[in-house]
Write a protein that binds this ligand. Structure first.
Ligand SMILES: Nc1ncnc2c1ncn2[C@@H]1O[C@H](COP(=O)(O)OP(=O)(O)OP(=O)(O)O)[C@@H](O)[C@H]1O
Ligand SMILES: [Mg+2]
Length: 508
């Protein structure tokens, strides 16, 4: 049965098409009317649904300065209160932001046919009711059967099960300050994706784990078969996969003349039957050194550039791991960058993996995938801040990936430092707490759905609270993120405990 919570009335210039005010009934059935609650009224056009945006307390008795003076000056205010029940003059009103008109399939069903924009205000005098959970679920665009369960809708406690198709269809970003809960939320999404029933269909997942925060997943018995960890200390770029031009990407100063020269040497190596198309950077260097023809200074310059690259110990005769074989549907491959400190080396690896995966996906040799990039501002920064070798490919996947079922998830604690091109392609945004005004402004610039009100609410979110907006839901909604099902061991260890353990390790 519908629960009535108030009555529409005239207040200031309202109701208009986008907002209506209502007087809140005195508390009943323990229902607390709060900001963020979804309510509806039956307007001339139909079932008008809205969100309580503000609650105002009014008391006619205290609007007059003279009355307040008398009240304060009286010897005992309780006597005045007794004589004049000022509390009875208090009433609460709520301002509701209209979201849409629901059209049902038929009179008695709760099946939503479509949601329309409203063109006429709510009528003063009409009742206001709480939206039932079942209707709200459909209205927001959640998917009760196949959805990813990430927590509860704030205030109403209805579970938030976002549709995987809608979330992954157009890329998404997870943003917050450091410690806001981005990695925690990502691990919940991973839990949900890996635990889906097989016949629901789930893409492969690749994750660039910059700090080794996801390695704990391998210790979880329920998931461990679906988890592959690749330590990037053993990572090798397959030199035969690279054209002479791609070396220019790694060493910008290589001139076009030198690239042309380099491509001659590479061609020779490719023709060498003994090598069977397996040659490393060392082989190219030897080839140049042993070659008697050619301009000496060009050769010297090339040798200089290539030797510098060789020092990175990244370029082998075959890629390792073989990316075409690593990916499987509903499995996650975690590239662990924990031990690597060179940002250039990390960017080269990310660039190579992204390029190869996107190429393999385009020719349909690997399953559809979700690529999660932690600390995305390091790999795809805004031009004004710094350059990154991996930026063009991440932007390309952001622009074109959707057509090839390659989905991107960018995670960052500094949205302002993240490429605007990439961020604006992330249609769904999972925003946890952000305090920095520059970051908030950047977010508002990249998404018109984030209004000033939302921006101020984002800055006051606590750990584990988030705003979900964009393609994944029909309307922006605040969610309490659930706890992890599978806990990491380090999560339960306090700093003090860690120090004690460390001491013991030292003694042994
Ligand atoms: N939904 C949640 N429920 C319970 N605890 C949470 C939740 N979200 C975050 N936390 C707590 O907050 C801590 C920090 O979260 P997390 O490591 O995900 O932050 P982060 O945003 O990834 O930070 P950084 O940007 O520094 O990587 C977690 O270790 C966890 O204890
Ligand atoms: Mg993190």
């Amino acid at each position: 049965m519908a629960i009535k919570v108030g009555t529409v009335f005239n207040y200031l210039q309202l109701p208009n098409v986008s907002k209506f005010p209502f007087v809140i009934n005195k508390r009943q059935d323990g229902i607390l009317i709060q900001k963020g609650l979804f309510v509806y009224t039956k307007s001339n056009e139909g079932f008008l649904i809205g969100l309580i945006e503000e609650i105002i307390l009014l008391n006619e008795y205290f609007t007059d300065a003279l009355t307040i003076k008398a009240y304060n000056n009286s010897y005992n205010p309780n006597i005045i209160k007794g004589l004049f029940p000022s509390k009875d003059f208090e009433f609460a009103i709520a301002i509701v932001k209209c979201l849409g008109l629901i059209k049902f399939k038929d009179e008695n069903s709760k099946e939503i046919d479509r949601v329309q924009r409203m063109t006429y205000p709510a009528s003063p005098g009409d009742g206001v009711f709480i939206v039932e959970e079942e209707i709200l679920f459909k209205f927001l665009g959640f998917n009760s059967e196949y959805g990813l369960d990430i927590g509860h809708v704030k205030i109403i406690n209805s579970s938030a099960k976002i549709s995987m198709n809608r979330l992954l269809n157009k890329h998404f970003a997870i943003l917050s300050i450091s410690g806001g809960g981005k990695s925690y939320l990502t691990s919940i999404l991973i839990e949900e994706l890996l635990s889906r029933k097989e016949n629901f269909g789930t893409p492969a997942i690749i994750l660039f784990d910059v700090h080794g925060e996801y390695i704990y997943l391998k210790d979880i018995p329920e998931l461990k078969d679906k988890i592959k960890i690749q330590d990037i200390s053993y990572f090798q770029i397959g030199v035969p996969e690279l054209s002479a031009y791609s070396f220019k990407k790694y060493q910008e100063q290589i001139s076009h003349v030198q690239v042309r020269e380099l491509s001659k040497y590479i061609k020779k190596l490719k023709r060498d039957k003994d090598k069977k198309n397996q040659y490393s950077l060392k082989d190219i260097i030897e080839q140049i050194e042993n070659e008697s023809d050619g301009n000496r200074s060009t050769k010297q310059a090339l040798l200089g550039w290539l030797s510098e690259l060789e020092r990175l110990t990244l370029f082998g005769s075959q890629e390792n791991p073989i990316l075409e074989k690593v990916l499987n549907k509903q499995e996650i491959t975690i590239f662990n960058f924990q031990k690597e400190i060179s940002i250039r080396k990390k960017q080269i690896i990310v660039d190579y993996i992204c390029n190869r995966l996107f190429y393999l996906r385009r020719i349909n040799r690997i399953p559809p995938f979700l690529l999660i990039v932690e600390e995305a501002h390091q790999f795809c920064p805004e031009a004004a801040h710094s350059k990154a070798i991996s930026k063009p490919i991440i932007e390309t996947i952001a622009r074109e990936g959707r057509k090839f079922m390659a989905c991107l998830c960018l995670i960052s604690q500094r949205p302002k430092k993240l490429s605007t091109t990439a961020l604006s392609q992330c249609n769904s945004k999972l925003v946890l707490s952000i305090k920095n005004p520059y970051d908030l402004k950047h977010l508002m610039d990249s998404s018109e759905a984030i209004t000033k009100e939302y921006a101020s609410m984002i800055s006051s979110l606590g750990v584990g609270e988030m705003l979900l907006m964009g393609n994944a839901v029909n309307y922006p909604v605040f969610i309490d993120v659930r706890q992890r099902k599978f806990k990491s061991r380090s999560e339960e260890i306090t700093l003090a405990q860690f120090c004690l353990n460390w001491q013991k390790k030292e003694l042994n």
